[in-house]
Design a protein around this ligand. Structure first.
Ligand SMILES: Nc1ncnc2c1ncn2[C@@H]1O[C@H](COP(=O)(O)OP(=O)(O)O)[C@@H](O)[C@H]1O
Ligand SMILES: N[C@@H](CCC(=O)OP(=O)(O)O)C(=O)O
Length: 367
Protein backbone atom coordinates (compact mmCIF):
# COMPACT_ATOMS: atom_id res chain seq x y z
CA UNK A 1 0.00 0.00 0.00
CA UNK A 2 1.15 3.57 -0.69
CA UNK A 3 2.09 5.74 2.27
CA UNK A 4 -0.76 7.65 3.91
CA UNK A 5 -1.62 10.72 1.85
CA UNK A 6 -3.79 13.81 2.25
CA UNK A 7 -6.11 14.12 -0.74
CA UNK A 8 -8.29 17.13 -1.50
CA UNK A 9 -11.24 16.25 -3.74
CA UNK A 10 -12.99 19.22 -5.36
CA UNK A 11 -16.46 18.47 -6.65
CA UNK A 12 -17.88 21.00 -9.08
CA UNK A 13 -21.59 21.78 -9.39
CA UNK A 14 -21.46 20.01 -12.74
CA UNK A 15 -20.50 16.74 -11.00
CA UNK A 16 -22.97 17.08 -8.13
CA UNK A 17 -25.93 17.79 -10.39
CA UNK A 18 -24.91 15.70 -13.41
CA UNK A 19 -25.76 18.78 -15.48
CA UNK A 20 -29.38 18.87 -14.23
CA UNK A 21 -30.99 21.42 -11.90
CA UNK A 22 -31.00 19.04 -8.92
CA UNK A 23 -28.35 17.39 -6.75
CA UNK A 24 -27.71 13.84 -7.98
CA UNK A 25 -27.79 12.00 -4.63
CA UNK A 26 -27.24 8.59 -6.21
CA UNK A 27 -23.96 9.84 -7.64
CA UNK A 28 -23.05 11.62 -4.40
CA UNK A 29 -23.30 8.31 -2.51
CA UNK A 30 -20.99 6.73 -5.08
CA UNK A 31 -18.41 9.51 -4.50
CA UNK A 32 -18.75 9.02 -0.73
CA UNK A 33 -18.12 5.28 -1.13
CA UNK A 34 -14.84 6.00 -2.90
CA UNK A 35 -13.76 8.59 -0.30
CA UNK A 36 -14.48 6.09 2.49
CA UNK A 37 -12.51 3.42 0.62
CA UNK A 38 -9.51 5.78 0.56
CA UNK A 39 -9.94 6.39 4.28
CA UNK A 40 -9.98 2.64 4.85
CA UNK A 41 -6.63 2.48 3.03
CA UNK A 42 -5.27 4.95 5.61
CA UNK A 43 -5.47 8.19 3.58
CA UNK A 44 -7.02 11.47 4.73
CA UNK A 45 -9.74 12.96 2.54
CA UNK A 46 -10.93 16.57 2.38
CA UNK A 47 -13.90 17.55 0.21
CA UNK A 48 -14.27 20.96 -1.35
CA UNK A 49 -17.90 20.81 -2.32
CA UNK A 50 -19.68 23.25 -4.60
CA UNK A 51 -23.43 22.89 -5.00
CA UNK A 52 -24.85 25.26 -2.37
CA UNK A 53 -26.33 27.58 -4.99
CA UNK A 54 -27.73 24.63 -6.97
CA UNK A 55 -29.19 23.11 -3.78
CA UNK A 56 -30.76 26.48 -2.89
CA UNK A 57 -32.35 26.76 -6.32
CA UNK A 58 -33.75 23.26 -5.99
CA UNK A 59 -35.09 24.01 -2.52
CA UNK A 60 -36.65 27.44 -3.23
CA UNK A 61 -39.08 26.27 -5.91
CA UNK A 62 -39.47 29.85 -7.16
CA UNK A 63 -37.67 31.36 -10.15
CA UNK A 64 -34.56 33.23 -9.03
CA UNK A 65 -31.96 35.20 -11.01
CA UNK A 66 -28.19 34.88 -11.28
CA UNK A 67 -27.02 38.17 -9.75
CA UNK A 68 -24.50 38.09 -6.88
CA UNK A 69 -27.18 38.75 -4.27
CA UNK A 70 -29.45 36.03 -5.76
CA UNK A 71 -26.58 33.54 -5.54
CA UNK A 72 -25.75 34.62 -1.97
CA UNK A 73 -29.34 34.09 -0.93
CA UNK A 74 -29.50 30.71 -2.71
CA UNK A 75 -26.24 29.64 -1.04
CA UNK A 76 -27.69 30.59 2.37
CA UNK A 77 -30.65 28.33 1.63
CA UNK A 78 -28.69 25.53 0.01
CA UNK A 79 -25.55 25.19 2.16
CA UNK A 80 -27.45 23.66 5.09
CA UNK A 81 -29.18 21.23 2.77
CA UNK A 82 -25.89 20.32 1.09
CA UNK A 83 -24.05 19.57 4.33
CA UNK A 84 -27.04 17.62 5.62
CA UNK A 85 -26.88 15.35 2.56
CA UNK A 86 -23.11 14.84 2.89
CA UNK A 87 -23.50 14.14 6.60
CA UNK A 88 -26.15 11.49 6.07
CA UNK A 89 -24.24 9.83 3.19
CA UNK A 90 -20.94 9.62 5.11
CA UNK A 91 -22.88 8.34 8.14
CA UNK A 92 -23.79 5.25 6.06
CA UNK A 93 -20.07 4.39 6.36
CA UNK A 94 -19.79 5.49 9.99
CA UNK A 95 -17.71 8.54 9.04
CA UNK A 96 -18.17 11.98 10.60
CA UNK A 97 -17.95 15.20 8.59
CA UNK A 98 -17.07 18.76 9.68
CA UNK A 99 -18.12 21.88 7.81
CA UNK A 100 -15.72 24.77 7.18
CA UNK A 101 -16.91 27.83 5.27
CA UNK A 102 -14.02 30.05 4.23
CA UNK A 103 -13.46 33.36 2.46
CA UNK A 104 -10.34 34.99 1.07
CA UNK A 105 -10.03 36.99 4.31
CA UNK A 106 -9.35 33.73 6.16
CA UNK A 107 -6.31 33.20 3.98
CA UNK A 108 -5.06 36.79 3.66
CA UNK A 109 -4.57 37.29 7.37
CA UNK A 110 -1.71 35.07 8.56
CA UNK A 111 -3.25 34.51 11.99
CA UNK A 112 -6.63 33.49 10.56
CA UNK A 113 -4.81 31.29 8.04
CA UNK A 114 -3.06 29.50 10.89
CA UNK A 115 -6.37 29.11 12.77
CA UNK A 116 -8.02 27.58 9.70
CA UNK A 117 -5.01 25.28 9.23
CA UNK A 118 -5.19 24.13 12.88
CA UNK A 119 -8.92 23.37 12.63
CA UNK A 120 -8.40 21.44 9.41
CA UNK A 121 -5.60 19.40 10.94
CA UNK A 122 -7.63 18.74 14.10
CA UNK A 123 -10.51 17.38 11.98
CA UNK A 124 -8.10 15.09 10.11
CA UNK A 125 -6.51 13.91 13.37
CA UNK A 126 -9.97 12.96 14.61
CA UNK A 127 -10.62 11.02 11.41
CA UNK A 128 -13.35 13.42 10.33
CA UNK A 129 -13.84 14.40 6.66
CA UNK A 130 -13.71 18.20 6.38
CA UNK A 131 -16.26 19.52 3.88
CA UNK A 132 -15.33 22.97 2.69
CA UNK A 133 -17.11 25.60 0.64
CA UNK A 134 -16.82 29.34 0.23
CA UNK A 135 -18.91 31.27 2.76
CA UNK A 136 -20.94 32.64 -0.15
CA UNK A 137 -23.74 34.09 1.96
CA UNK A 138 -21.45 36.71 3.56
CA UNK A 139 -18.55 36.97 1.13
CA UNK A 140 -18.58 40.34 -0.62
CA UNK A 141 -16.56 40.62 -3.82
CA UNK A 142 -13.63 42.07 -1.80
CA UNK A 143 -13.17 39.00 0.37
CA UNK A 144 -14.42 36.34 -2.04
CA UNK A 145 -12.08 33.70 -3.42
CA UNK A 146 -14.72 33.60 -6.15
CA UNK A 147 -14.58 30.01 -7.28
CA UNK A 148 -14.04 26.66 -5.63
CA UNK A 149 -11.19 25.66 -7.97
CA UNK A 150 -8.97 28.37 -6.46
CA UNK A 151 -10.42 27.69 -3.00
CA UNK A 152 -9.45 24.02 -3.30
CA UNK A 153 -5.84 25.01 -4.13
CA UNK A 154 -5.73 27.15 -0.99
CA UNK A 155 -7.17 24.26 1.02
CA UNK A 156 -4.53 21.90 -0.43
CA UNK A 157 -1.83 24.32 0.75
CA UNK A 158 -3.46 24.72 4.19
CA UNK A 159 -3.64 20.95 4.61
CA UNK A 160 -0.16 20.25 3.21
CA UNK A 161 -1.92 17.89 0.82
CA UNK A 162 -0.23 15.40 -1.52
CA UNK A 163 -2.92 15.46 -4.22
CA UNK A 164 -5.67 17.74 -5.44
CA UNK A 165 -8.37 16.14 -7.60
CA UNK A 166 -10.47 18.64 -9.54
CA UNK A 167 -13.51 16.64 -10.59
CA UNK A 168 -15.69 18.13 -13.29
CA UNK A 169 -17.94 17.25 -16.24
CA UNK A 170 -15.12 16.72 -18.79
CA UNK A 171 -12.44 14.02 -18.98
CA UNK A 172 -9.78 16.66 -18.25
CA UNK A 173 -8.14 19.63 -19.95
CA UNK A 174 -8.60 19.54 -23.73
CA UNK A 175 -6.81 21.45 -26.48
CA UNK A 176 -9.98 23.59 -26.62
CA UNK A 177 -13.47 23.48 -25.09
CA UNK A 178 -14.89 20.09 -26.21
CA UNK A 179 -18.41 21.53 -25.99
CA UNK A 180 -17.69 23.79 -28.94
CA UNK A 181 -14.89 21.93 -30.73
CA UNK A 182 -15.41 18.28 -31.65
CA UNK A 183 -11.73 17.97 -32.66
CA UNK A 184 -10.45 18.90 -29.21
CA UNK A 185 -8.11 16.28 -27.74
CA UNK A 186 -7.34 15.44 -24.13
CA UNK A 187 -4.01 16.64 -22.69
CA UNK A 188 -2.67 13.78 -20.55
CA UNK A 189 0.14 15.49 -18.68
CA UNK A 190 1.20 19.08 -18.05
CA UNK A 191 4.72 19.99 -16.96
CA UNK A 192 4.57 23.78 -17.54
CA UNK A 193 1.69 26.21 -17.17
CA UNK A 194 2.29 29.13 -19.52
CA UNK A 195 0.23 31.66 -21.48
CA UNK A 196 -0.10 29.27 -24.42
CA UNK A 197 -1.77 26.68 -22.19
CA UNK A 198 -3.94 29.32 -20.51
CA UNK A 199 -5.30 30.29 -23.92
CA UNK A 200 -6.66 26.76 -24.37
CA UNK A 201 -8.69 26.96 -21.17
CA UNK A 202 -12.04 28.66 -21.61
CA UNK A 203 -14.77 29.62 -19.17
CA UNK A 204 -17.65 27.46 -18.02
CA UNK A 205 -19.69 26.04 -20.88
CA UNK A 206 -22.86 25.95 -18.75
CA UNK A 207 -24.90 28.14 -16.40
CA UNK A 208 -24.05 25.83 -13.51
CA UNK A 209 -20.27 26.05 -13.11
CA UNK A 210 -18.05 29.00 -12.19
CA UNK A 211 -14.84 29.68 -14.05
CA UNK A 212 -14.57 26.64 -16.32
CA UNK A 213 -11.07 25.35 -17.13
CA UNK A 214 -9.51 28.82 -16.69
CA UNK A 215 -9.95 28.72 -12.90
CA UNK A 216 -8.88 25.04 -12.80
CA UNK A 217 -5.60 26.02 -14.43
CA UNK A 218 -5.13 28.88 -11.93
CA UNK A 219 -5.74 26.38 -9.11
CA UNK A 220 -3.32 23.85 -10.60
CA UNK A 221 -0.67 26.54 -10.97
CA UNK A 222 -0.94 27.55 -7.30
CA UNK A 223 -1.16 24.04 -5.88
CA UNK A 224 1.71 22.49 -7.84
CA UNK A 225 4.09 25.26 -6.69
CA UNK A 226 3.27 24.18 -3.14
CA UNK A 227 4.27 20.59 -4.00
CA UNK A 228 0.77 19.24 -4.66
CA UNK A 229 0.08 16.94 -7.63
CA UNK A 230 -3.09 18.05 -9.41
CA UNK A 231 -5.44 15.93 -11.52
CA UNK A 232 -8.42 17.19 -13.51
CA UNK A 233 -10.80 14.32 -14.28
CA UNK A 234 -14.42 13.49 -14.97
CA UNK A 235 -16.38 13.14 -11.73
CA UNK A 236 -18.88 10.77 -13.33
CA UNK A 237 -16.14 8.33 -14.38
CA UNK A 238 -16.27 4.87 -12.78
CA UNK A 239 -14.10 4.74 -9.62
CA UNK A 240 -12.51 8.02 -10.66
CA UNK A 241 -11.33 8.97 -7.16
CA UNK A 242 -9.77 5.55 -6.58
CA UNK A 243 -8.14 5.62 -10.02
CA UNK A 244 -6.51 8.96 -9.25
CA UNK A 245 -4.58 7.11 -6.53
CA UNK A 246 -3.51 4.28 -8.82
CA UNK A 247 -1.16 3.92 -11.78
CA UNK A 248 -4.23 4.04 -14.03
CA UNK A 249 -4.51 7.86 -13.80
CA UNK A 250 -7.53 9.36 -15.55
CA UNK A 251 -7.73 12.85 -17.04
CA UNK A 252 -5.01 15.49 -17.01
CA UNK A 253 -2.17 15.30 -14.54
CA UNK A 254 -0.11 18.34 -13.50
CA UNK A 255 3.31 17.45 -12.16
CA UNK A 256 4.16 19.02 -8.83
CA UNK A 257 7.09 21.38 -8.34
CA UNK A 258 9.52 21.45 -5.45
CA UNK A 259 7.74 23.23 -2.63
CA UNK A 260 9.29 25.66 -0.18
CA UNK A 261 9.64 24.02 3.23
CA UNK A 262 8.99 27.18 5.22
CA UNK A 263 5.31 27.50 6.25
CA UNK A 264 5.37 31.27 5.76
CA UNK A 265 6.48 30.83 2.16
CA UNK A 266 3.60 28.41 1.58
CA UNK A 267 1.25 31.04 2.94
CA UNK A 268 2.73 33.52 0.44
CA UNK A 269 1.94 31.01 -2.33
CA UNK A 270 -1.67 30.83 -1.12
CA UNK A 271 -1.88 34.35 -2.49
CA UNK A 272 -2.81 36.83 0.22
CA UNK A 273 -3.59 40.25 -1.26
CA UNK A 274 -0.51 42.39 -1.90
CA UNK A 275 -0.19 46.00 -0.72
CA UNK A 276 1.80 47.22 -3.70
CA UNK A 277 4.18 46.48 -6.54
CA UNK A 278 7.88 46.98 -7.03
CA UNK A 279 9.09 47.03 -10.64
CA UNK A 280 12.46 45.33 -11.16
CA UNK A 281 14.89 45.28 -14.10
CA UNK A 282 16.07 42.33 -16.19
CA UNK A 283 19.34 41.99 -14.23
CA UNK A 284 17.44 41.64 -10.94
CA UNK A 285 15.01 39.12 -12.48
CA UNK A 286 17.96 36.99 -13.62
CA UNK A 287 19.61 37.17 -10.17
CA UNK A 288 16.38 36.16 -8.41
CA UNK A 289 15.48 33.37 -10.81
CA UNK A 290 18.90 31.89 -11.55
CA UNK A 291 20.96 32.61 -8.46
CA UNK A 292 18.31 32.57 -5.71
CA UNK A 293 19.48 36.09 -4.78
CA UNK A 294 17.70 38.68 -2.63
CA UNK A 295 16.44 41.88 -4.29
CA UNK A 296 18.80 44.83 -3.95
CA UNK A 297 17.76 48.46 -4.46
CA UNK A 298 19.95 48.61 -7.54
CA UNK A 299 17.53 46.37 -9.45
CA UNK A 300 14.43 48.41 -8.55
CA UNK A 301 13.10 50.81 -11.16
CA UNK A 302 9.81 51.88 -9.59
CA UNK A 303 7.26 51.27 -6.80
CA UNK A 304 3.45 51.52 -6.89
CA UNK A 305 0.92 51.60 -4.08
CA UNK A 306 1.44 52.52 -0.43
CA UNK A 307 3.11 49.95 1.73
CA UNK A 308 5.03 49.79 4.97
CA UNK A 309 8.01 47.72 6.07
CA UNK A 310 6.83 44.10 6.56
CA UNK A 311 3.90 44.41 4.10
CA UNK A 312 3.33 41.91 1.33
CA UNK A 313 4.25 43.19 -2.14
CA UNK A 314 4.54 41.76 -5.65
CA UNK A 315 7.70 42.10 -7.73
CA UNK A 316 6.75 42.79 -11.34
CA UNK A 317 8.59 43.26 -14.63
CA UNK A 318 8.01 46.15 -17.02
CA UNK A 319 5.13 44.19 -18.66
CA UNK A 320 3.30 43.86 -15.32
CA UNK A 321 4.07 40.15 -15.08
CA UNK A 322 4.43 39.06 -11.45
CA UNK A 323 7.89 37.51 -10.92
CA UNK A 324 7.85 36.99 -7.16
CA UNK A 325 6.09 38.10 -3.98
CA UNK A 326 7.26 38.64 -0.48
CA UNK A 327 7.54 40.80 2.62
CA UNK A 328 9.32 44.08 1.98
CA UNK A 329 12.02 45.48 4.27
CA UNK A 330 11.29 49.08 3.20
CA UNK A 331 8.15 51.22 2.92
CA UNK A 332 7.01 52.55 -0.48
CA UNK A 333 8.36 56.01 0.40
CA UNK A 334 11.75 54.50 1.20
CA UNK A 335 11.80 52.31 -1.92
CA UNK A 336 11.14 55.38 -4.05
CA UNK A 337 14.11 57.14 -2.43
CA UNK A 338 16.58 54.27 -2.87
CA UNK A 339 15.47 52.76 -6.20
CA UNK A 340 18.41 52.16 -8.53
CA UNK A 341 20.92 53.03 -5.79
CA UNK A 342 24.02 51.02 -5.00
CA UNK A 343 23.91 49.27 -1.60
CA UNK A 344 26.66 51.53 -0.24
CA UNK A 345 24.50 54.65 -0.89
CA UNK A 346 21.43 53.54 1.06
CA UNK A 347 22.55 54.76 4.51
CA UNK A 348 23.17 58.21 3.06
CA UNK A 349 19.89 58.37 1.10
CA UNK A 350 17.75 57.38 4.09
CA UNK A 351 19.81 58.87 6.93
CA UNK A 352 19.84 55.50 8.59
CA UNK A 353 21.11 52.03 7.74
CA UNK A 354 18.44 49.36 7.27
CA UNK A 355 20.53 46.88 5.30
CA UNK A 356 20.78 46.58 1.54
CA UNK A 357 18.06 44.06 0.66
CA UNK A 358 14.66 45.43 -0.33
CA UNK A 359 13.26 41.89 -0.29
CA UNK A 360 15.27 39.14 1.34
CA UNK A 361 15.17 35.71 -0.34
CA UNK A 362 13.99 34.16 2.99
CA UNK A 363 10.85 36.31 2.78
CA UNK A 364 10.17 35.74 -0.93
CA UNK A 365 8.61 33.14 -3.27
CA UNK A 366 9.25 33.09 -7.01
CA UNK A 367 6.19 32.67 -9.22
N1 LIG B 1 -9.89 23.46 -22.84
C1 LIG B 1 -10.97 22.99 -22.18
N2 LIG B 1 -11.02 21.67 -21.84
C2 LIG B 1 -12.10 21.15 -21.18
N3 LIG B 1 -13.16 21.90 -20.80
C3 LIG B 1 -13.17 23.23 -21.08
C4 LIG B 1 -12.07 23.82 -21.80
N4 LIG B 1 -12.33 25.14 -21.92
C5 LIG B 1 -13.53 25.37 -21.33
N5 LIG B 1 -14.04 24.23 -20.81
C6 LIG B 1 -15.34 24.15 -20.12
O1 LIG B 1 -15.14 24.01 -18.71
C7 LIG B 1 -16.31 23.35 -18.18
C8 LIG B 1 -16.03 22.82 -16.78
O2 LIG B 1 -15.94 23.89 -15.86
P1 LIG B 1 -17.20 24.37 -14.97
O3 LIG B 1 -18.42 24.52 -15.84
O4 LIG B 1 -16.76 25.55 -14.17
O5 LIG B 1 -17.47 23.08 -14.08
P2 LIG B 1 -17.35 22.75 -12.53
O6 LIG B 1 -18.72 22.95 -11.98
O7 LIG B 1 -16.94 21.30 -12.55
O8 LIG B 1 -16.30 23.64 -11.92
C9 LIG B 1 -16.56 22.29 -19.23
O9 LIG B 1 -17.90 21.85 -19.20
C10 LIG B 1 -16.18 22.96 -20.54
O10 LIG B 1 -17.30 23.45 -21.24
N1 LIG C 1 -19.65 28.12 -3.76
C1 LIG C 1 -20.50 27.86 -4.89
C2 LIG C 1 -19.76 27.20 -6.02
C3 LIG C 1 -18.75 28.07 -6.72
C4 LIG C 1 -18.00 27.32 -7.81
O1 LIG C 1 -16.80 27.52 -8.03
O2 LIG C 1 -18.72 26.41 -8.52
P1 LIG C 1 -18.11 25.26 -9.49
O3 LIG C 1 -17.45 25.91 -10.66
O4 LIG C 1 -19.28 24.47 -9.87
O5 LIG C 1 -17.14 24.47 -8.67
C5 LIG C 1 -21.64 26.90 -4.48
O6 LIG C 1 -21.51 26.17 -3.50
O7 LIG C 1 -22.65 26.88 -5.18
Amino acid sequence: MQREQVIVVKLGTSVLTGGTDKLDKAHMVELVRQCCELKKQGHHVILVSSGAVAAGREQLLKPCGRSLIDKQMLAAIGQGQLIHIWQSLFALYGVNVGQMLLTRADVDDRERYLNARDTLNALLNYDVVPIINENDAVATSEIKVGDNDNLSALVAILANANKLLLLTDQEGLFTSDPRTNADATLIGEVTHINDELRQLAGGSGTNLGTGGMATKLQAADIARRAGVEVIIAKGAGKNVILKCMSDELPGTRFLKLTAPKDGRKKWLLAGPKSNGQIVIDAGAIGALQNKGASLLAKGVTNAFGRFERGDLIDLIDTKNQVIARGLTRFSSTEVNKIKGAHSSQIGQLLDYDSGAEVLHRDDMVLL
